[in-house]
Design a protein around this ligand. Structure first.
Ligand SMILES: O=C1C[C@@](O)(C(=O)O)C[C@@H](O)[C@@H]1O
Length: 293
């Protein structure tokens, strides 16, 4: 099955799927992004939830509740005894907050996911949360991150695919993959190396293909042109049944984003403008289209 078939994105061209990363943070507005999206009309949006989701984590949400209560208290003129009593009530409230957190968290994630789906006007969405160690912005622990992804998958919004990092602890990785398959969402199993191009990529693809992954993605950093060509050749020579998405990152690897499809990479990431890159070396959609002319 081709990636277009799997993601249900038909096309009459032989070009790869164009995915645009959505890297908006908690204080950014969605409408300018949505407008550019309509104008440039890529195939799919990758919601990089790691740019926003940490602002709704348990620690941050509790801090907000606590600061609100403390500010309210500071505005009142109360005796030292009343103040001490109210501070202890805040501490008790923490226990209640913690007990209610799983339901609150699910609700918050549902609303956040809804905001994304409702703001971008019908484009298919890939769900990705990438931690700092995996080269992203997210600072959630592996368990919190898996909880976030599983909850978003169960939120009722129909993701086109979910990205899962290959280096994630196997039990967590498997639980995300199972949750995705329960709701019929294909899994993109990803491997990133932001420093080098390990010369074991063919073995890596085979190992990744022996999991329940539906799609395999490799994003690696080249040190020279030989690394770039190696990535393309490995992509070309792969015989695994899953569709591949591969790229060499950084300046040197740019050509893989343009030519990768000729070697079998079925999707390329490109941005709506220069300032919304989610990885080094991404071209804008305009640059990509020009390069294809
Ligand atoms: O894995 C990838 C590929 C990527 O890292 C790139 O190099 O374009 C960009 C990420 O947003 C995406 O999740």
């Amino acid at each position: 099955m081709t990636l277009r078939e799997l993601l249900n994105i038909p096309s009459s061209t032989n070009k790869p799927i164009i995915a645009v990363p959505l890297t908006l943070g908690p204080t950014d507005k969605f409408s300018p992004f949505a407008q550019k999206l309509q104008q440039q009309n890529p195939d799919i949006v990758e919601w990089r939830a790691d740019y926003i989701a940490d602002d709704f984590s348990q620690a941050v949400m509790w801090q907000q509740v606590k600061t609100g209560a403390q500010n309210e208290l500071a505005q009142k003129e109360v005796s030292a005894m009343t103040e001490a009593k109210m501070l202890s009530e805040i501490d008790n409230a923490k226990q209640e907050f913690m007990a209610n957190w799983p339901q609150m968290n699910a609700q918050i994630i549902k609303e956040l996911t809804g905001t994304v789906f409702n703001s971008i006007g019908g484009f298919p969405v890939i769900l990705t949360y990438r931690t700092v160690e995996q080269g992203g912005k997210g600072e959630m622990s592996a368990v919190e991150y898996a909880t976030f992804v599983i909850s978003a998958l169960h939120s009722g919004y129909p993701f086109a695919a979910v990205d899962v990092e290959y280096t994630l602890d196997e039990p967590l990785r498997k639980s995300i993959m199972e949750a995705a398959h329960q709701v019929n969402v294909p899994v993109i199993l990803s491997y990133h190396d932001f420093n080098s191009t390990p010369k074991i990529l063919n073995k890596m693809i085979i190992d990744m293909s022996e999991t329940a992954a539906d799609i395999i993605k490799l994003a690696v950093m080249p040190k020279d042109e030989a690394d770039v060509q190696y990535l393309l050749d490995v992509t070309h020579d792969s015989e695994v049944p899953q569709p591949l998405i591969t790229m060499s990152m950084g300046e040197l690897g740019k050509r893989t984003r343009v030519e990768g499809y000729q070697y079998g990479s079925e999707l390329t990431f490109a941005t709506l403008n220069d300032s919304s890159k989610s990885a080094p070396g991404q071209l804008t959609i305009n640059e990509l289209l020009q390069a294809w002319q």
